[in-house]
Design a protein around this ligand. Structure first.
Ligand SMILES: Cc1cc2nc3c(=O)[nH]c(=O)nc-3n(C[C@H](O)[C@H](O)[C@H](O)COP(=O)(O)OP(=O)(O)OC[C@H]3O[C@@H](n4cnc5c(N)ncnc54)[C@H](O)[C@@H]3O)c2cc1C
Length: 321
């Protein structure tokens, strides 16, 4: 470890509410179970600890990455030369008609709370893995709803101070938010307002979704869900849009799996990495797979789609390192 990293480690070691480890394999913290060691790995349990750790890394000019639950990342085989932070504050409450959730809590706990209180909308996000912070960052959604529909405000740390943005300022879009463009902004928590619904009906629908999802993504599967974003039909070249059957279009979007299937993605394999034989946009680690093998497969799929259909498929998954 360099002198700069050792100096930073000393500084981080003095922060209250931060647990610091060295050389932590990122494979332990990613759903793909892939990733080499992070030089420094800090777990912050309070906003202050998170802020101090981030600022210390910045002052030392050491790269810093905030990881959620690792369900949407591919971490490099060589790991991360710097500080990886996790935030574990998980306060969750429903007060005065609004739900408040700290970023380190699980999205499922948030979904459960809304269903228990008969609040409608987030029940369709049942079984999406990950943290609340990760869900806001990537505007997580499924089965007709995404989290931004209910966001009243997001609290975040801009590197200097805590700020709060309303939904417009968050610039949400399909699997997008301003936080994807500002990786130096750390989401601390979110305030949501949902319309009332019938708790029993919401619970029943959530159970149905759970069953479907568990079949598609068995809980032990080492993956990141869909690798590529879906596509807006009206953004595709005319020749590509023309071959999309009506039944494949939902809310103006076409599953990228539709095109991936056409280029032979299903069942492709590269070392320990495989594409599901039943779903062309689902890549998983059979065991012993590497980030390099994922990159090669992703690169090959992008090339095939570009060559055949003249557009780019874009990764939903984020890269660490
Ligand atoms: C089986 C499976 C099914 C999935 N299905 C869906 C689905 O249906 N719909 C969907 O939208 N997603 C889905 N995903 C993807 C993933 O669950 C979501 O993207 C999730 O919201 C990521 O949260 P996370 O905490 O795991 O984030 P991570 O994977 O740890 O991180 C993702 C990104 O978020 C950033 N981030 C995390 N926390 C913060 C924070 N507090 N502040 C700032 N940035 C932060 C990270 O820096 C990183 O760039 C699926 C994944 C899996 C494994």
């Amino acid at each position: 470890m360099s002198e700069t990293h050792s100096e930073l480690a000393r500084c981080l070691g003095a922060i209250e509410g931060l647990r610091l480890d060295r050389g932590v394999p990122l494979s332990r913290h990613t759903r793909f179970a892939i990733g080499g060691p992070a030089d420094l790995f800090g777990v912050a349990s309070t906003p202050l600890a998170l802020a101090e750790a981030f600022q210390a890394a910045r002052a030392a000019e050491v790269p810093c990455y905030l990881l959620g639950d690792g369900s949407n990342v591919v971490a490099d085989d060589d790991g991360f030369r710097g500080l990886v932070l996790r935030y574990t504050a998980d306060a969750l409450s429903y007060v005065d008609g609004a739900v408040e959730a700290a970023a380190g809590g699980s999205l499922q706990a948030l979904v459960d709370l809304t269903v228990d209180h008969g609040l409608e909308g987030l029940h369709t996000l049942e079984r999406i893995p990950g943290s609340v912070g990760g869900a806001v960052y990537g505007n997580a959604g499924a089965y007709g709803h995404q989290i931004d529909e209910f966001v009243q405000s997001v609290d975040f740390l801009d590197g200097h101070e805590v700020r709060s943005f309303g939904p417009d300022e968050c610039d949400f879009d399909y699997r997008e938010s301003i936080f994807k463009r500002r990786k130096d902004w750390l989401i601390l928590g979110v305030r949501l307002v949902l319309p009332p619904g019938d708790a029993a009906a919401l619970r029943a629908r959530a159970r149905e979704i759970r069953t479907i999802r568990d079949e598609k993504f068995p809980p032990a599967m080492r993956c990141a869900g869909s690798i590529f974003k879906n596509l807006f039909l009206d953004s595709l070249p005319a020749a590509a849009a023309k071959i999309v059957p009506e039944r494949a279009v939902r809310s103006g979007k076409v599953a990228s799996a539709f095109f991936l299937e056409q280029v032979g993605a299903k069942g492709m394999r590269n070392g320990g990495i495989e594409i599901a034989p039943y779903h062309a946009n689902l890549i998983y680690n059979l065991g012993g797979g590497t980030a390099a093998q994922i990159h090669e497969l992703v690169h090959e799929l992008k090339r095939r789609v570009r060559d055949r259909f003249a557009f780019e498929v874009e990764e939903e998954v984020q890269y660490v390192g």
